[in-house]
Write a protein that binds this ligand. Structure first.
Ligand code: SF4
Length: 122
């Protein structure tokens, strides 16, 4: 049996039935409101800027998933290949315009900038 919890970079998956949400990269990069991501996680960020979802990629149940046909899930053109430097140099105004209808708004420009700092400290 494949052990999904072994793939979690921050050991947030404590057991098959328990997640320590405070260690999850998705929580740290999206929901955490602190000005800094705690230093103990910097080496474990694996370059994730917004969310993680490694556990979704490796979950055995997800082999049954099907490609979506939902247009609103289509990535915003031009953002998939941005370098970390380009993300870092993006102004708050550009961020707000680009992501006005995107879940990235939840972290806000400030949160994304904070996440970049944590990734650079890896
Ligand atoms: S999203 Fe990433 S950090 Fe969070 S539990 Fe899943 S693998 Fe771990």
């Amino acid at each position: 049996m494949y052990q999904v919890h072994r793939r979690c970079p921050t050991d947030a998956i404590v057991s098959p039935t328990e997640i320590d949400a405070g260690k999850c990269i998705s929580y740290l990069t999206i929901e955490l409101k602190d000005a800094l991501i705690p230093g103990e996680f910097h080496e474990k960020m694996e370059g994730w800027l917004f969310g993680c979802d490694i556990c979704q990629d490796v979950c055995p149940w997800n082999r049954f998933s099907k490609p979506h046909a939902e247009p609103s899930f289509t990535p915003i053109p031009g953002i998939l290949n941005l370098s970390l430097k380009e993300w870092e140099e993006m102004s708050e105004e550009t961020f707000n315009q680009t992501f006005k209808n995107s879940p990235l708004k939840r972290a806000k420009w400030k949160g994304i900038q904070r996440n970049i700092k944590a990734i650079k400290l890896m």
